[in-house]
Design a protein around this ligand. Structure first.
Ligand code: NIG
Ligand code: FE
Length: 411
């Protein structure tokens, strides 16, 4: 079905030939067409242009966007939305003074979520994850990466990945799956970490790739979790089976993970609340996207990724929600965009680029999502009436979205 959007006040991120990503000063450029039309044909964008040249004829559906902004849907390249239950008890414990790391050291944290998930059926897990994903669709997310990593056993990791595959088949948004078996060391292997790494490399990776349940491989490279050397081992094993690295690095400590990621041609290195000058040098001339997760910094009250420094060094930057039960229990990309501006001092143009074109690149979906380009997916956000797109991060916490179209379907 053809859908024609007319009288669009500002059509954002219009590119006939979109770049793969935007870096450095280019991140400040957001191409805008004012008083525009946009034609969607089935699940694809067909064309756009100024209202003086609006196509004539009979269209099955015309949407009047007077006073409204239209932009590509958010590309959330880092989430853990398939989890069981929640960790609100740990949240309250933190408010009373315990730290995130102290909670994890006492058997809480990721291991707590793993225990709950192991005891939750696939059906229940699917129900809980579906509800979260549906809410995100209404908040304008049109493409999302989802990680495993709360299973920590072959069966439970497979259960998580099957749920991710079912979500992908059920909803009109793009879903990509990442295998994160190396998210934490399970209790049974507390004194035999290499034994667990062997299980990841020799049992889990072959089984998961045999059923094509993941495209990417992730490791939590952090003190007390997996070292740079262990990360290298796991990424090598994943790459042998065709999994591309996308890793957690530098959340609390910089232990060499960025260099390992770049060496292994990681698509992205995520978190980077701490980033050294050497890390920045290593990222230059690489194809690895740095990804900041401001919702995690907000929720844990830890430093924000120095996004300003990263962009001012000439690098690209993407932003994502990190939606998970422990460090960021929200997948609201509108909040992520606002927080990137307010707390990381990105300009609205930089934050929107980070959450669209660069986010799409960071999950391998740049050819289909992230810009208003003929031939890309018909996934757009139509806002309420707004003075300009600057209102999106400025009036933070308000829902500015009126309608969302995902792969041509008005939801
Ligand atoms: O990205 N840092 C590691 N993993 C998640 C949080 C995991 C959890 O606390 O459940 C993150 O922040
Ligand atoms: Fe994460």
């Amino acid at each position: 079905m053809k859908v024609l959007l007319i009288h669009i006040k500002e059509l954002l991120q219009v590119h006939q030939n979109p770049p793969q990503w935007l870096a450095g000063e280019d991140m400040g450029q957001l191409p805008i067409l004012r008083n525009a039309w946009l034609l969607l044909n089935g699940d694809l964008i067909e064309a756009y242009g100024p209202m003086e040249e609006v196509p004539q004829g009979n269209f099955p559906k015309i949407i009047d966007c007077t006073g409204r902004i239209v932009l590509p849907t958010w590309c959330d390249s880092h989430t853990h939305i398939v989890f069981a239950g929640n960790r609100s008890g740990e949240f309250v414990a933190r408010l009373k003074g315990m730290t995130y790391q102290e909670i994890a050291d006492n058997g809480g944290g990721i291991l707590n979520s793993a225990l709950t998930l192991q005891n939750t059926s696939e059906t229940k897990l699917m129900q809980q994850a579906s509800k979260r994903l549906e809410e995100l669709m209404y908040l304008g997310t049109g493409a999302i990466e989802i990680k495993s990593g709360y299973g920590l056993s072959l069966d439970a990791e497979m259960k998580m990945l099957r749920v991710i595959q079912r979500l992908k088949n059920k909803y009109p948004l793009a879903v990509v799956a990442t295998f994160l078996g190396a998210h934490a060391v399970p209790k049974e292997f507390a004194h035999n970490k290499q034994g667990y790494i062997n299980q990841i490399c020799h049992e889990m990776i072959p089984a998961i790739t045999k059923e094509s349940l993941a495209s990417y491989i992730d490791v939590f490279c952090e003190q007390g979790y997996f070292s740079a050397e262990e990360t290298q081992q796991i990424l090598s094993a994943g790459k042998q089976y065709g999994l591309t690295p996308k890793i957690h690095v530098n959340q609390f400590n910089a232990i060499g993970g960025v260099a390992v990621g770049v060496k292994n041609e990681a698509l992205s290195v995520d978190h980077l609340e701490l980033i050294t000058d050497e890390d920045i040098e290593v990222l230059k001339d690489s194809k690895t996207m740095p990804v900041a997760l401001p919702g995690c910094s907000f929720f844990l009250s830890i430093p924000y990724t120095p996004g300003r420094k990263i962009i001012d060094s000439g690098l690209p930057l993407a932003i994502a929600s990190d939606f998970n039960p422990g460090s960021a229990p929200s997948g609201n990309m509108n909040f992520v965009v606002a927080t990137a501006c307010i707390k990381m001092r990105l300009t609205p143009e930089e934050a929107i680029n980070a959450a669209t074109i660069n986010g799409a690149y960071a999950m391998g979906l740049g050819h289909e999502y992230g810009s208003i380009t003929p031939g890309k997916k018909a996934s757009v956000i139509i806002t309420q009436e707004l003075e300009s797109y600057v209102q999106l991060p400025y009036a933070f916490g308000e829902n500015h979205i009126d309608q969302v179209i995902l792969n041509g379907r008005i939801i």
